[in-house]
Design a protein around this ligand. Structure first.
Ligand SMILES: Cc1cc2nc3c(=O)[nH]c(=O)nc-3n(C[C@H](O)[C@H](O)[C@H](O)COP(=O)(O)O)c2cc1C
Length: 190
């Protein structure tokens, strides 16, 4: 069977981001039958309807094409002021503009996050709300909250404990099941 293609997006641009590190760990821990590509959202410009009127910026069309080609998304988000960072919302806002929005509809998405006391939980619930607006289909469970993220990675960016590794592997297994189930459902419906 062709491996499931997962596109991973981090809500943090920071070089030593724990959320980006979490996605690199997902690549390491990916199950057989799944490939994960991490892409940066650094080059996505600030949303501006005037810019859009002149044609979608190249970084947006490239990302949209990658989303289209992927079977599923994996998003790791930090929590900024109880919500998702502006850079992540800005990226989603661009991708939501017609006709690009079609690639998000029914797109399976796994959500995870690394942060402080709540492991970015509040941001993740906001992200689920944004997904609902766009008819994206987040994996319901498990949730992945890497608490006190600054204690959970070693100097090379690897998770230093089995419990957090298990959170990631369980989410990837659920993403695989969820994506295959939705693809089969779609094949029957069409
Ligand atoms: C503007 C800003 C707002 C933040 N707000 C919160 C917050 O509401 N709750 C929280 O737990 N952490 C908050 N933090 C801390 C970040 O979530 C934390 O530093 C996280 O590790 C950043 O993710 P990264 O390591 O992937 O860059 C905030 C950080 C910034 C820069």
């Amino acid at each position: 069977m062709t491996p499931l293609k997962v596109l991973a997006l981090s809500g943090s641009l920071r070089e030593k981001s724990h959320n980006t590190a979490l996605l690199r760990e997902a690549i390491r821990l990916a199950p057989a039958g799944m490939t994960i590509e991490l892409v940066s959202i650094r080059e996505i410009p600030l949303y501006d309807a005037d810019l859009e009127a002149r044609g979608f910026p190249g970084a947006v069309t490239v990302l949209s094409a990658k989303v289209k080609a992927a079977d599923a998304l994996l998003i790791a988000t930090p929590e900024y002021n109880f919500s998702i960072p502006g850079v992540l919302k800005n990226t989603i806002d661009w991708l939501s503009r017609p006709p690009l929005d079609a690639v998000l509809v029914r797109k399976p998405v796994a959500i995870a996050g690394a942060g402080g006391r709540l492991g970015s939980a509040r941001a993740q619930y906001h992200l689920r709300q944004v997904c609902a607006c766009l008819s994206m289909l987040p994996v319901p469970r498990p949730e992945v909250f890497v608490l006190a993220a600054w204690e959970k990675f070693d100097a090379s960016g690897r998770l230093n404990n089995a419990a957090d590794e298990k959170q990631v592997t369980d989410l990837l297994a659920a993403l695989s099941d969820w994506t295959l189930m939705l693809q089969r459902g779609q094949a029957i419906a069409s």
